[in-house]
Ligand binder design. Structure first.
Ligand SMILES: [Zn+2]
Length: 156
């Protein structure tokens, strides 16, 4: 992080964060899903249960995600990004992650100029769960902070 650099953040509703924890946070790594909301606030998460995955990569299932994006678009929910999980302790974007993000931006340039690309890492035994977010544009990558915003649905 360069000193003096403007800090960006991605806000995620606590109810959405909990859905992410219950799926990506408890399943083996390299699972993912899509994020929707407005501008920099995530109000929706769709778990991509149909994704192809192996121990090192998550491949979003284009058909399933496109159907969800269509529904979201009709109800005014913006497509904000893709979230996926890595092995515990590995919060770095892989070169392939960046390629995937830029390919999706290329195919959806009418919907987005950049994508938020959070990475979740969890340790099954201790239930430790952490995340970071990158904002990927065609020409740059910035790491940002995740803020969890408490919402009504998240209240117990
Ligand atoms: Zn990855």
């Amino acid at each position: 992080m360069v000193f003096g650099q403007k800090l960006f953040m991605l806000k995620i509703l606590s109810s959405v964060w909990e859905e992410i924890y219950k799926t990506l946070g408890t399943f083996p790594p390299e699972q993912g899903g899509i994020l929707g909301g407005t501008f920099d606030t995530v109000t929706k998460f769709y778990f991509d249960s149909d994704a192809k995955r192996d121990s090192a990569h998550y491949y979003p299932s284009a058909k399933q995600l496109n159907d969800v994006l269509k529904d979201w678009y009709q109800e005014g929910t913006q497509f904000l990004g893709i979230i996926h999980s890595h092995q515990f302790g590995d919060m770095r974007l892989s070169p392939r992650d960046i390629d995937v993000a830029r390919e999706i931006i290329g195919k959806n340039s009418s919907l987005c100029e950049h994508l938020f690309f959070p990475i979740i890492s969890s340790e099954f035994d201790s239930k430790a769960f952490s995340g970071t977010v990158y904002r990927i544009s065609p020409d740059r990558v910035d790491q940002e902070m995740i803020y969890i915003i408490k919402d009504k649905k998240g209240e117990k």
